[in-house]
Design a protein around this ligand. Structure first.
Ligand SMILES: [Zn+2]
Length: 493
């Protein structure tokens, strides 16, 4: 047997994908990632995804060690398979004598200034000897930059061919906001998304999978704009500065409901708690299982068997004690749907099955509540934002539920751990913009994310006048029967 039984359960959603399978997961567990970051808190979302995916050996170097110990404890509880070292310089030097200790990938994570400084400290772009004592020329490197609402990700496999965004594109034109810990909301959102994207790129490097983003991928969460930057072509305009005090005030008074606390609900609640949303409502009837832990970063090994909403509450309260958490340990059904959503300003879809997705769309339409939607499968994600009476709904694009058995579920097809991370963080950004009344959302737009190419495509969609729910002559006039068509209702995405 390639992996022991417990590891097979833990990484089941990876193992059932032919691109990874048992041997691929074994390679991940034998891989080693080295991370440079300014401090633990901004890099935490990325570390949760690297650790839950099962990259076996993770070494971190932080300029500032604040928050490092408690993060390390949480990461160990999320996945005890992973050997985590933080700021352990002496040991690293001794270990580097051992030729078998090969680094699979290097990650430089921080604001633009941090990345530029890191590069200036290196003799050659990819010689990190002077920084860490590691013999590691030409290690494939992921650069991940997070700024206020925007960021850039780039994977550099071959330094001779690469142009680096930090000096070629942004170096002379951008003054970084040089984030410190009391940061604007948009910065924390960018740290989350940049972190999940960097985790995807690192896993792809370890497994030699897909196409790395050799051209820097620029993201703007305020406009929901994603572009691959090109050499000598000016970058798109950066998001305009937002009134942080005003946003924080609005968020404190806001209530967001997250239906499902699994693969999508975990990152969505993580980012909303980090941003300081006043009240988070969580709906889930499941208990934590080991097969959740390759991606559901709110849960942990010691909380296996605990109701997910309780496990999530523990995590959120630890991350940000000011957030008021309301839990509903129940299935979201036709009977309780309207009652639960009526108290909330924005609803987030973190469900794992189509019947509940249709139920959620229809109840939000009848209750006139904005709904942020996302779905994930394998290496792909899909997202949209629905504001009833102002634009399209889920049924405008997918009018009827496909018949039972015609659509593969996540438990049948698998899912790469950080993919729901990307989509859940996008959902959180959408909810925050709706609550604060800023930026452009995915309303009347459809986002398609492809992790294999690290590519985001956004197309315009519009309300369908023949929509059975929100069209001119709708035939759905109240909540209908929503049959369970998937087997995996017990395992949220
Ligand atoms: Zn519609």
């Amino acid at each position: 047997m390639i992996l022991p039984k417990e590891k097979i359960y833990r990484y089941m959603r990876h193992i059932i994908m032919p691109e990874i399978s048992g041997p691929g997961q074994k390679t991940l567990l034998e891989s080693r990632a080295v991370i440079f970051a300014r401090s633990a808190r901004p890099a935490a979302p990325m570390l949760y995804y690297l650790v839950s995916s099962g990259i076996g050996h993770i070494k971190c170097y932080f300029d500032d060690s604040a928050g490092m110990e408690s993060l390390k404890e949480n990461l160990r509880d999320l996945n005890p398979d992973v050997w985590i070292e933080m700021n352990e310089f002496a040991e690293t030097k001794a270990k580097s004598q051992n030729a078998s200790e090969k680094i699979s990938c290097l990650i430089v994570f921080g604001d633009i200034n941090f990345i530029q400084n890191m590069r200036n400290n290196m003799n050659e772009p990819f010689d990190i000897d002077t920084v860490s004592g590691l013999q590691s020329h030409h290690v494939p490197t992921v650069f991940a930059a997070a700024e206020d609402w925007w960021g850039v990700i780039q994977t550099v496999k071959n330094p001779e061919n690469a142009f680096l965004f930090s000096d070629t594109v942004f170096g002379n034109t951008i003054i970084s906001t040089s984030p410190k810990d009391d940061q604007p909301v948009g910065y924390w959102l960018s740290c989350c998304l940049a972190g999940a994207l960097a985790a995807i790129e690192s896993i792809k490097l370890c497994l030699n999978l897909g196409n790395s983003s050799e051209n820097p991928l620029y993201f703007d969460l305020l406009a929901m704009n994603f572009e691959k930057l090109k050499y000598n072509i000016a970058p798109p305009p950066l998001p305009s500065k937002q009134n942080t005090d005003d946003i924080i005030k609005k968020l404190l008074d806001s209530k967001v409901l997250i239906v499902g606390t699994g693969g999508l609900g975990s990152p969505a609640s993580y980012a909303l708690a980090l941003a300081g949303v006043g009240t988070l409502g969580l709906v889930d009837s499941d208990c934590v299982e080991i097969s959740n832990l390759n991606r559901q970063i709110l849960h942990s090994t010691s909380r296996i068997g605990t109701p997910k909403v309780k496990s999530a509450e523990i995590f959120i309260k630890d991350l940000n004690p000011i957030v008021n958490v309301v839990t509903y340990e129940a299935r979201f059904t036709k009977t309780n749907a309207m009652q639960i959503i009526k108290d909330y300003d924005v609803i987030i879809d973190g469900v794992d099955n189509l019947p509940t997705r249709y139920l959620l769309n229809d109840s939000c339409f009848f209750a006139e509540k904005p709904l942020v939607e996302a779905g994930v499968l394998r290496f792909d994600g899909l997202g949209m934002t629905v504001v009833p009476k102002e634009g399209h709904c889920y049924r405008c694009i997918f009018p009827e539920m496909p018949p039972a058995g015609s659509v593969l579920s996540c438990s049948e097809s698998g899912i790469l751990g950080p993919v729901p991370g990307v989509m859940g963080f996008i959902e959180a950004a959408e909810a925050l913009k709706l609550l604060a009344g800023i930026g452009n959302t995915l309303q009347n737009r459809l986002m398609i994310f492809d992790a294999m190419d690290l590519d985001f495509r956004i197309t315009d969609v519009r309300r369908d006048e023949n929509c059975p729910l929100c069209g001119e002559n709708p035939y759905i006039k109240e909540l209908a029967e929503y049959e369970t068509t998937c087997d995996d209702v017990s395992d949220s995405f």
